[in-house]
Design a protein around this ligand. Structure first.
Ligand SMILES: C[S@@+](CC[C@H](N)C(=O)[O-])C[C@H]1O[C@@H](n2cnc3c(N)ncnc32)[C@H](O)[C@@H]1O
Length: 474
């Protein structure tokens, strides 16, 4: 008992280590290198308890495992989600992936099973259900089920209620809310029953519960597990991917968040790029494959299917497929993949360049948590915050980048710009000067890292011009 006594100062490192191990082995969530974070979460989960009760809770957790502490699960998991999160992906789902699945099933049993694993409060599976409604006007001879699971009971309850506030529509076209929700009052909206009825919510722990969560939903045509794997330990992820793979239909799709896959050593899935979005297929890829490219360090065939630009958006009126005509899911032209996609930061940068700033921010924050000595990570995060208009966070991350690498030219340059925006000319000048001093030490022809190809000479000229212009302005 004594070992817990100091909890108001700190939970002892050995206890925290043991709890982190329990959390990893039973939930897959990896706090083993983040015991300070774990301690804060334990304190918030068990707040209001006396010292003695708190000690007992920790003991119970260690003896009986995570299921003895549902309130802790709520504090350990990150529930962030919203409708149509990553619009481009939902666009591809509506115009490529779901039509491809439908066309394959048209002459068969007309049964489609979709699984949203780690669904949190339900915005993701309900978004898919909306797409199904838009694609198939008459579903009477179809059996379409969307299974949605999560380990967090509190969030599942909210998902089953299907009542949302504006926060869940933060990146969603207005018409989506207008069309598929009934207004309850000024702040709350209830999902329409015809969208809700297709989704079944079940509690399921990806780390330790059996797969599939319910045999009724077997086999599965599409598994969506986004923004979940990135919080789990590598070994948990590999074991989950194996089980997903086994459950999928032969042509089935697996979709995860951008950047969640590349670091993993799992090459059974065949990655495909559909207009900039990476999805994974089991075994068969419809159509002829002409291009192969390495996605990770392993040899994995990566096929890019070029698509015509998708014009129809959810802002347009429903264009239901009354009599669905089977059509080739992908046009015949195929292109080799030109860009190198095996770098996690490159993927995050591409996301940011695509305007998916919130996704990029989240991934980049996770990246720097895992790679807290990588100056490039902080530099990218600083740029994302800059795009999001948060100068303070941008400054903080650029500062970390130059602290880790004092010779990071673009880091000093970014700080000079931030201080110029913050109208602190003295600091701005100091950082521009740092840039010039660093440039003097480099070859004129050398390309500056992270500068998108600028040479030392070109960049010095540019910085000198900025300094002169600033002098003239002051
Ligand atoms: C950030 S949310 C993702 C929600 C949604 N997929 C999205 O991308 O918008 C992550 C979810 O994963 C769930 N989760 C974490 N560990 C899990 C596990 N071992 N089994 C099932 N769900 C888990 C959390 O409870 C949380 O609701």
């Amino acid at each position: 008992m004594k070992k817990y006594k100091k909890r108001l100062q700190h939970i002892s490192p050995e206890i925290l280590k043991r709890i982190a191990e329990v959390v990893e082995s039973q939930l897959g969530l990896d706090f083993r290198d983040k015991t300070d974070d774990l301690e804060n979460r334990l304190r918030s989960a068990f707040k209001g308890l006396s010292d003695e009760e708190f000690e007992k809770r920790l003991e119970r957790l260690l003896k009986q495992g995570i299921d003895s502490s549902p309130e802790l699960i709520n504090h350990l998991t990150i529930p962030e989600t919203y409708f149509l999160r990553n619009g481009r992906l939902f666009d591809r789902l509506e115009f490529v992936i779901l039509p491809e699945i439908i066309s394959r099933k048209l002459n068969g049993n007309r049964r489609i099973n979709i699984w949203s694993a780690g669904c949190s409060t339900g915005e993701e599976p309900y978004s898919v259900s909306v797409l199904m409604n838009r694609l198939l006007a008459d579903q009477s001879d179809w059996q379409i089920t969307i299974l949605a699971t999560d380990v967090n009971e509190t969030k599942l309850k909210k998902a089953r209620d299907a009542v949302y506030t504006d926060w869940s529509f933060r990146n969603t076209p207005l018409t989506f809310k207008d069309r598929y929700f009934d207004v309850i009052d000024l702040k709350r909206y209830r999902l329409k029953p015809e969208i809700k009825k297709r989704v079944t919510f079940l509690k399921h722990n990806l780390k330790k519960d059996p797969f599939p969560p319910d045999h009724k939903f077997n086999p599965i045509d599409l598994i969506i597990c986004r923004n979940v794997l990135m919080y789990l330990s590598g070994s948990a992820v590999i074991s989950i991917l194996h089980k997903f793979y086994d459950l999928l239909e032969n042509d089935g799709y697996f979709i995860t968040g951008a950047g969640e896959f590349p670091a993993l050593k799992f090459d059974k899935f065949k990655p495909q790029i559909i207009d900039g979005i990476i999805v994974y297929r089991k075994n068969k890829i419809t159509g002829k494959i002409t291009a192969g490219k390495t996605l990770t360090t392993k040899k994995v065939a990566l096929t890019k299917f070029t698509q015509k630009p998708v014009l129809k958006k959810l802002t347009e009126p429903d264009q239901k497929i009354i009599s669905f005509k089977p059509q080739p899911a992908f046009p015949p032209e195929r292109e080799p993949v030109s860009q190198k996609t095996d770098d996690e930061l490159t993927i995050i940068k591409n996301l940011a360049n695509n305007g998916q700033l919130e996704e990029a921010r989240e991934l980049c924050q996770r990246y720097v948590e895992r790679n807290n000595l990588n100056s490039r990570g902080y530099y990218l995060l600083g740029n994302i915050f800059l795009e999001l208009g948060d100068l303070a966070k941008a400054e903080e991350n650029f500062q970390k980048a130059v602290f880790l690498d004092p010779n990071f030219i673009m880091g000093h340059f970014a700080l000079a710009n931030v201080y110029s925006m913050k109208e602190i000319p003295k600091e701005s000048k100091r950082y521009y000067q740092n840039v010039l001093n660093l440039l003097k030490k480099s070859d004129a022809d050398a390309i500056i890292p992270e500068s998108d190809g600028l040479s030392v000479f070109q960049f010095s000229e540019m910085v000198k011009k900025i300094i002169t212009a600033n002098k003239l302005a002051s």
